[in-house]
Design a protein. Sequence first.
Lengths: 115, 113
Amino acid sequence: GENVEQHPSTLSVQEGDSAVIKCTYSDSASNYFPWYKQELGKRPQLIIDIRSNVGEKKDQRIAVTLNKTAKHFSLHITETQPEDSAVYFCAASSAGGTSYGKLTFGQGTILTVHP
Amino acid sequence: ETGVTQSPTHLIKTRGQQVTLRCSSQSGHNTVSWYQQALGQGPQFIFQYYREEENGRGNFPPRFSGLQFPNYSSELNVNALELDDSALYLCASSPPLDSWALVFGSGTRLTVV
């Protein structure tokens, strides 16, 4: 089955700096890579996702890059703000047909943005 | 606000007991998935239901079972509870116009003592 490794496990940055979180996956059939943000005691929220037919996607201060050959993808947050502090999870899936619901998650990265 | 609601929010059970957790999705969300999130870890896929049939299962024993109903609600049942079953249980479904984007409910925090 799919295995997703996520690094680093903790990341501390100063407000305004950039943050980068990296994930690798094992299953070459995976074609969907979402990123979720989870604040303490709350549900995971989808912040950005990318499908295997593109190499990069950007949404304001957040971007995701995908390298299918190397089987890794990364989350980039620019101009970080204290409210970006949370746990971030990457995930991978071989979505299609009726199988959209099975995500394999990484272990999570605790991001702390210091004012 | 997300279209996925779960009940109860918190639950305490004794080892060996059985528990039923509930989830309600918006109309048109044909797929529902359940995840277990232990403290400090990422969610782990339990199983998925599509049109009331199990459609994929993760590495969980048969004492974890589920149901999906025609009104887009679903249940997760766990028999013979063990201490390690203590976790946040998350239900998720996909909006019909964007099946790739999984939306999670707020979860049920289960504590087994």
